[in-house]
Design a protein around this ligand. Structure first.
Ligand code: TYD
Length: 205
């Protein structure tokens, strides 16, 4: 039996990391082998592309192509083999991030995004996507409190993250059965409880 593919999304500073760890622990406790990974990244080549994407200034279409190049490799080398072997894959960001950041944030044409998505993963979407939704001002304050310089995306201004947030919400509305939107202003404990409840309701009943 094929495994499940679960992704976590949200603007920078939304607090995904702790919750990813909790989800992985819960899935493992139900006896499944879980691959925890991230995008851009997840393979040696894709991690090199991540370095470029996060730190090297580039044209917005180059940026989208680098994200999808990293994704193509990640799918071929890691995600698809794991799912085919019955393993579960928990991934920090996937194509919804490209829609939110490159289409929503940067202004890439949605038609170009659709071409790349259909090319790189026709018929493959996550089984479940958690979207951590919060006001960019709160996220920015969290980032300022915990991180030093930040990458090219973290240094963007509030209006960029407002566009990213709205693109995420638009995509969640368009794919309502796949997405679970969380209020990321709540305490980490409350969010963990919600993540666990959703996983149990969808997969472990
Ligand atoms: P992130 O995954 O949040 O890692 P960290 O927590 O270490 O900062 O950072 C990845 C950044 O890349 C994030 O700002 C969003 C951006 N990104 C895109 O712009 N497009 C994409 O397709 C993906 C996967 C990420």
């Amino acid at each position: 039996m094929n495994g499940r593919f679960i992704t976590f999304e949200g603007i920078d500073g939304a607090g995904k990391s702790t919750q990813i760890a909790a989800a992985v622990a819960l899935i493992a406790a139900h006896g499944h082998t879980v691959v925890q990974t991230r995008e851009p990244g997840g393979t040696p080549l894709s991690e090199k592309l991540r370095e470029l994407a996060l730190h090297e200034p580039m044209h917005l279409e180059t940026e989208a192509l680098v994200m999808f190049a990293a994704r193509r490799e990640h799918l071929a080398a890691r995600i698809e083999p794991a799912l085919a072997a019955g393993e579960w894959v928990v991934c920090d960001r996937f194509s919804d991030a490209t829609y939110a950041y490159q289409v929503g944030g940067r202004g890439l044409g949605a038609d170009k995004f659709a071409v790349l998505e259909n090319w790189v993963h026709p018929g493959r979407q996550p089984d479940l996507t958690f979207l951590f939704d919060l006001d960019p001002a709160i996220a920015a304050a969290r980032i300022a409190a915990t991180r030093s310089e930040g990458d090219r995306f973290e240094r963007e201004q509030a209006d960029f993250f407002t566009r990213v947030r709205h693109a995420y919400l638009e995509r969640a509305a368009a794919c309502a059965t796949r997405f679970h939107v969380l209020d990321a202003t709540r305490t980490p404990q409350a969010i963990t409880a919600e993540v666990e409840n959703v996983l149990k309701a969808r997969f472990f009943q």
